[in-house]
Design a protein around this ligand. Sequence first.
Ligand SMILES: [Zn+2]
Ligand SMILES: [Zn+2]
Length: 284
Amino acid sequence: MGRKKSRKRPPPPFIPGLIDSHCHLDYAPMSDDLEAALERARAAGVEQLVHIGCRLEAFDPALALARAHSSIFTAIGIHPHDAKTADDAAMTRLEQLVVENRDDVVVAIGETGLDYYYDFSPREAQREVFARHIELARRLDMPLVLHIRDAHDEAFDIVDSCATRGDPGIVHCFTGTPAEARGWLDRGWHISFSGIATFPSAAPVLEAARACPADRVLIETDAPFLAPKPMRGRKNEPAFVSFTCAILAAARGVSAEQFAAETTANTRRVLRLPEPESPAPASC
Ligand SMILES: [Zn+2]
Ligand SMILES: [Zn+2]
């Protein structure tokens, strides 16, 4: 028996102009050396990132993180896992922080939605808190970031019964079928694909990613979870969005550069992100 070989994995490809539209930068080990993770992301072509602060205690750190880095923006909201904690005080605090920061670092409300796979909060609480986020987003004219797992039909019932904005937002880390993707697209939503779409076991998700119109598709890492194919099993980080970009571009029959440009334009439009700050011009 030979020694177990450590498998050498390729570095993330450099694809200019990427955005990681959904990541959680507040998890160790990434949070212990965030500057190095951001440098690796830049080296892979990632220009902007959207960090999600999805618990009440994570809101203020998310704002501080985004204020400290011109490339980082944030969405804040209460995750369906924590719906049971979303009392009136938490929702009031969320509204206050969105109102105070929406012209600056807060670009969306979320992630909110339904997770019937884990059921960490009672379903009734998840539904009620999801509806409250939709109402808040409409009232404040903000896009939503949705987390929907094993609950697309129930989520359709809720968004259909609540009035949403005309351009309602993003269904993140999509894990449904092409028909479920169609349901979101028909209701005006954008769809964001993570490394899951690169897993050989997730053929329906890849099919949904192939079929998603070029003006409605986004990409993300959802770091530190679910690293894409060549890094599967490792902790995910924003640099790895370039693997997902390359794999989905090939599946869609376009260059990685073109797919990066499409997904970045969509992210910037739906979240109203500014162009990235260009480096200071060299003196002549
Ligand atoms: Zn999520
Ligand atoms: Zn997330």
